[in-house]
Design a protein around this ligand. Structure first.
Ligand code: PHE
Length: 344
């Protein structure tokens, strides 16, 4: 057994000399020094020797083990160094190559349009007023002159919550009430604000209607505000948004919270009013609902309608974005398809 120990030792050393990479090194370690390695087995078999030989054999075996451990460590260091050198040589990096640009995010097309709105309205003295998306039935309807059971409630299908009277706002107009009560100082101060934000309607989703969409409400309250102010202000907006030659027309309409009420059309900029698919061959595109604030609504906001008046409008930024870019399906806006979003 002494001989076997010695020959195994020599064989192990010889083999170790030829090892060039860490995989083979690991195999070698398992083969000789591992739990079932040749040396380990020999050490374990010491019990088969006659008693008087055991001590000497054990001592020798331990010496061999230590010597091999040391040889292994030395070889390991050498192999590591060689592998590193090889890596550096083979994996040479060309540091002069141009880098890859990291992918950057972009603004959602609606956000871009909203910011354009803020710029234009801001220049005309309208501040942004943020109102809540979760509203109560009163503010969304009743205070806007839409009492319970009023047929106009059918114009907007509502998302109700499990809490009575708490709904998702169906338009930004309830923000009119909140802005008047918040900024009006009990009906003593003029107001000029826009109220942007998400609205929700329980509707069939189609290419033209979504269950969620932005609106930008506008509200101006003062002692001397007339319909000419409304028409002039909206025309100025349209000329900045759609070009200085943009023509605007006002059509009589109905909203419970304005009187009189008008719908605003801008001449179709895709066909210059000649008639095309987008404007449905009418030459005009609808961009807003508007009107003079109804006396009941002024009163809801704390103003005396015999002294104060105002105008209001509501626009749809998604609609404007669709018109500007020729987008034919509103479902792209919240579809989270990067192929759509990356175009803006
Ligand atoms: N709230 C109306 C709608 O959602 C738009 C509107 C706002 C009309 C302000 C007149 C005045 O359709």
């Amino acid at each position: 057994m002494q001989d076997r120990l010695e020959s195994t030792y020599q064989q192990a050393l010889a083999e170790l000399e030829t090892v060039r990479d860490s995989d083979v090194l690991r195999d070698w370690e398992l083969k000789y020094l591992g739990k079932k390695g040749a040396i380990t087995e020999l050490v374990r078999s010491v019990g088969q020797l006659p008693k008087e030989e055991r001590a000497a054999f054990g001592k020798h075996a331990n010496e061999v083990k230590e010597a091999l451990n040391a040889a292994f460590a030395a070889r390991e260091a050498l192999v590591r160094q060689q592998e590193l050198a090889r890596d550096l040589e083979e994996g040479e990096v060309d540091v002069t190559l141009p880098g890859r640009a990291p992918a950057t995010g972009g603004l959602h097309p609606s956000t871009q349009t909203l910011r354009e709105f803020y710029d234009i309205w801001g220049d005309m003295g309208f501040q942004v007023y943020r109102s809540r998306e979760v509203e109560d039935d009163d503010t969304n309807f009743t205070l806007l002159n839409i009492p319970p059971h009023h047929p106009a409630r059918d114009m907007q299908d509502t998302f109700y919550t499990t809490t009575p009277n708490i709904i998702l706002r169906t338009h930004t107009s309830p923000g009119q009430i909140r802005a008047m009560r918040d900024l009006g100082e009990r009906g003593t101060q003029p107001i000029r604000v826009i109220l942007p934000g998400m609205c929700y309607r329980y509707e069939q989703i189609t290419t033209r209607s979504e269950i969620q969409f932005h609106q930008v409400e506008g509200l101006a309250i003062g002692r001397n505000i007339h319909m000419t102010d409304l028409k002039g202000t909206i025309t100025a907006f349209a000329q900045r948004m759609f070009g200085e030659n943009a023509r605007v027309r006002f059509r009589a309409s109905y909203f419970p919270f304005t009187e009189p009420s008008m719908e605003v059309d801008v001449e179709c900029f895709l066909c210059a009013g000649q008639g095309c698919r987008v404007c449905k061959y009418s030459g005009w595109l609808e961009i807003a609902g508007s009107g003079m604030v109804h006396p009941t609504v002024l009163r809801s906001g704390g103003y005396d309608p015999s002294e104060w008046s105002g105008f209001a409008f509501g626009m749809g930024p998604e609609r404007v974005t669709m018109l500007k870019h020729g987008i034919t399906d509103i479902r792209y806006f919240w579809g989270n398809d990067l192929r759509f979003l990356e175009q803006f």
